[in-house]
Design a protein around this ligand. Structure first.
Ligand code: IVH
Length: 677
């Protein structure tokens, strides 16, 4: 082959491979399989190995990571990378608009805003000369950053050349964006960090920053980094009138842009965007710590100008932080209703996400060992939604010299009975069923809202009742007299009367609630309800066999075994009987009306099903008004395929019959079920 031909072939392969990278990493819409991609990639690698003089730093083969550096060089940004001032509430967002009005001397200026998610990652600047990626840097002090070109080249969603568009490639173009790690990728990264004995990252932001600041680009290449681009620095050879026009050019050039960006014409609509994402931030698969509001019109931006470090035309609307650092004052041990000893960090009170937090769960000994959490440590603490706050990571630099490893006690701190770990269970348990702490927790659970719903029976009164020997099991609640309660400290006639009435009222319940209230290990509300739909009463459930239980859809062997174990214990049986003798009653469980979504539809199941048995699948279809048959024909509406589905799937394809995976089939069923619950 002559030189020109080889150059042509290499160029063609590079263009093709980059196009596939772009489809895969930016558009999330690949059109070839991984193995086809690998084949193209290897062809290029082979050619480059044969003609090393033709290797260029922007070849897709160079994305795997160049040789390690000994230190980062610095890069001066062509235009400074500014920071943003912050607004923490709607008042401060309105002030932002007022300042704009003032600066423009126009109180009625019509301003269009871009509303963007504020990605919680690391800002980078990418420099393209004549369409070629030449260098990339961190923000640094805003004027000078670190040269992380080699590392940025490993991020597949960063184009190494601008894709061709109707806009000619500018002479010089700086694109700013945020490098981040998706939540799912972060979990996996931390699992692999742990598996090789490395310390996990506190949060996706730290992981992204740590990955980009590696001297060895091969390490960066192994990290799942993503980028969204959002601003322009220098642009020599192209001019935009508005942010919207700029953002529209970005994907054409091959950059990834957040799909959540909206343009609005009033600060009221900005506020709606802020509220929407304050509420829904958890639904995204990457972290955002606020929104960014930007004036759309570039001419107006110029008029508004910049302060020393931040522009007047943009502001960050910050969400309340969900993670912060504080100090562990002590570690206490709580006993749960199943006897689990749970270590709890007592914290120096700190505000997280608008709530004062003073305790965080440490889960179990393994978790403490893994994170090496000690009394006196400064730690990252986080909370998300309603979940219990968690200690994420220790700030080792702040550890006191005399700190000691923390070990859970070998005996229950309440009843002093031995605490043990069963099999490979991570949980240490007090195995004394008479342990007063366990009894109290069981009674609290029995009385709770979604169980027997006994109004007025909270932890304080349960504590008093147990400590005074008035009750020692849930069944004893039904023998309580008003006088017993009146005689307790701080309890009056009225509260005693109300409590007795609530206990009485609670007897009228459902079997599902009662089952859940019993606190059988591994039986949550949902499972209790499934059981109550299959069994009309305790007697029938008690006499069911393990195999029979396992056969129920959604009941696995752990749950089934828990039920068998519970009824094998005579104390439990006595308590249940005593409750029933006290007059607990329920109407036969009303089966949830199942919507007939498959009315008249014909299904075929084929291949090795992983999520359910064939009989269960057929039953699910029948219950919803459909029919399940054995062979595929023109009349078949859906074919659900398991693993290694063969002829039937082929036939369905030929006949144009809709094919569903097991997951898709379940998703349809679950979606409808959620809708009616
Ligand atoms: S614009 C002058 N847009 O927030 C404009 N920044 O606090 C400066 N960030 O350093 C940046 N998402 O790391 C902009 N959609 C977005 C952003 C964003 C996250 C970060 C960026 C910046 C910091 C400013």
């Amino acid at each position: 082959m002559n030189q020109a031909k080889i150059i042509g072939q290499i160029k063609k392969l590079r263009t093709e491979i980059e196009a596939h990278n772009h489809r895969y990493y930016v558009l999330d819409n690949p059109i070839i399989s991984d193995s086809e991609f690998d084949k193209l990639f290897r062809q290029l690698q082979n050619l480059e190995a044969k003609y090393p003089e033709l290797i260029s730093p922007n070849s897709p083969t160079q994305r795997v990571g160049a040789v390690p550096l000994s230190a980062f060089q610095t890069i001066k940004h062509k235009m400074p990378m500014l920071s943003l001032s912050n607004a923490f509430n709607s008042g401060e967002l309105r002030d932002f608009q007022q300042q704009i009005f003032r600066k423009l001397s126009d109180e009625n200026a019509k301003i269009r805003y871009a509303c963007e998610p504020k990605l919680d990652g690391l800002a980078v600047s990418l420099l393209y000369k004549n369409g070629q990626f030449v260098s990339g840097a961190t923000r640094g002090d805003g004027n000078v950053g670190e040269d992380i070109t080699q590392n940025l080249r490993t991020i597949r969603s960063i184009p190494l050349h601008l894709r061709e568009t109707e806009i000619p490639a500018p002479k010089m173009l700086e694109i700013r964006g945020e490098v981040f790690i998706k939540k799912g990728d972060f979990q996996k990264l931390n699992e692999s960090q742990l598996s090789v004995g490395d310390s996990p990252f506190a949060n996706p932001r730290n992981a992204a920053a740590g990955s980009l600041r590696q001297l060895d680009p091969k390490i960066t290449a192994s990290r799942p980094l993503s980028i969204f681009c959002y601003e322009v620095g220098i642009s020599d050879g192209v001019e935009f009138r508005s942010h919207q026009a700029f953002l529209e050019a970005l994907p054409k050039w091959g950059f990834a842009v957040s799909p959540l960006i909206e343009f609005v014409d009033s600060i009221g609509d900005v506020m709606k965007f802020y509220e929407k994402w304050t509420e829904n931030r958890d639904s995204l698969d990457y972290e955002i710590d606020g929104i960014v509001i930007k004036v759309d019109d570039y001419f107006l931006r110029q008029k508004l100008g910049v302060r020393s470090r931040s522009p007047r035309w943009a502001i960050a609307g910050k969400f309340p932080a969900i993670q912060t650092t504080t100090k562990i004052l002590n570690i206490s041990v709580q006993i749960g209703r199943t006897g689990a000893l749970t270590p709890v960090a007592e914290l120096e009170p700190v505000e997280i996400g608008g709530v004062i937090v003073s305790r965080a769960t440490l889960h179990n000994q393994d978790e403490i060992d893994r994170k090496d959490i000690r009394v006196g440590d400064t730690v990252f603490v986080q909370r998300a939604g309603d979940v219990i706050p968690e200690v994420v990571k220790v700030v080792l630099e702040k550890r006191q010299n005399n700190s000691q490893k923390f070990k859970l006690p070998q005996n229950c701190p309440i009843c002093n009975h031995a605490a043990i770990r069963e099999g490979d269970d991570a949980v240490l348990r007090c195995i004394n069923a008479e342990c007063p702490a366990q009894i109290k927790r069981r009674i609290e659970h029995f009385a709770s809202k979604n169980a027997m719903d006994i109004d007025g029976l909270g932890p304080k009164i349960v504590e008093q009742l147990v400590e005074n020997g008035l009750i020692s099991s849930v069944a004893d609640l039904f023998n309580l007299k008003k006088i017993d309660i009146v005689n307790l400290d701080r309890q009056g006639e009225l509260s005693a009367k109300n409590l007795i009435e609530s206990i009485e009222k609670s007897k009228n319940t459902t079997f599902g609630r009662f089952l859940f209230a019993l606190g059988i290990r591994n039986i949550g509300e949902h499972t209790a309800r499934i059981l109550s739909e299959k069994y009309p009463n305790v007697e029938s459930l008690k006499s069911s066999k393990l195999e029979e239980l396992i056969d129920i859809f959604e009941i696995g062997d752990i749950v089934a075994q828990s039920i068998i174990d519970f009824f094998a214990d005579q104390t439990n049986v006595q308590i249940v009987d005593a409750c029933l003798n006290a007059g607990i009653i329920w109407k036969p469980e009303e089966k949830a009306e199942i919507p007939q979504i498959f009315e008249g539809k014909i299904f075929v199941f084929t291949g090795a099903l992983q999520q359910f048995t064939r009989d269960q699948a057929k039953q699910m279809v029948r219950e919803r008004g459909g029919k399940a048959t054995g062979s595929v024909s023109k009349k078949t509406d859906f074919v659900v395929i398991g693993e290694n589905a063969g002829n039937k799937a082929e036939k369905a394809k030929k006949l144009g019959v809709k094919i569903l995976t097991e997951e898709e089939f379940l998703a349809i069923i679950n979606f409808v079920r959620k809708g009616i619950e």
